[in-house]
Design a protein around this ligand. Sequence first.
Ligand SMILES: C[S@@+](CC[C@H](N)C(=O)[O-])C[C@H]1O[C@@H](n2cnc3c(N)ncnc32)[C@H](O)[C@@H]1O
Length: 220
Amino acid sequence: MMNQKDPDNPIIRFYGSEHPEMFEIERRCMDRDGMVIRHLDRELPDGLVLDVGAGNGFTAIRLCSATRKVIALEPDAGMIDRTVPMMWVKGIAQALPFEESTFDAAYATWAFFFADVPDIDKGLNELNRVVKKGGKLIIVDNAGEDEFSWLAGKSMGSNPDWWRDRGFEQTLIHTSFRFDSLEEANRLLRFYFGDEASSKNSKTEVGYRVVAYSTSVRKR
Ligand SMILES: C[S@@+](CC[C@H](N)C(=O)[O-])C[C@H]1O[C@@H](n2cnc3c(N)ncnc32)[C@H](O)[C@@H]1O
């Protein structure tokens, strides 16, 4: 969720390996009803699928099936959870360690593909290279204009125009962060956004809008 962008570092620093206890709250409470995973499950084909910036594999393992194999690509060794029984590959979105047209589809959930990342186009070119012609690409990010952004005190949304200009269509998903207690909610909100956010919040369920951008790979 919270990322720090450094133009000289190919890996966007994520807090998950330094604060696993906070990431545990985030992953358990964000989209508890699994609406994002259901959307991906519906939209992704069978075959071989790539998850870019897979974190601890939470999403990837839930999308594996008898007919769909998901490969989890993650650059941060501290995020890779080898107890999650799937194929892990260490690497970055800007230089995918796969041959041309390896995958039937690829997706990323809140990872690397943020419009203000300097080399995002390198990552998109790489997706277009490693996915077969006609294969689906799906990028999941924040939609903004929700209770979550209000608590943050700033816009948390991605830029739909940026994606539309590159041929992506968007689907909005209305979900929430649902916490076990107010104490837990405010612990995560304070960690993300500081004391003001946690003092503004009085709810255990915080509305959260997510957007899935999707397109198909075109090759000559
Ligand atoms: C907000 S986490 C999301 C993790 C996972 N996709 C999920 O939804 O739980 C962002 C992830 O992107 C990874 N990441 C950072 N820089 C990256 C890069 N250049 N290429 C691919 N992944 C990257 C981080 O290490 C981190 O695990």
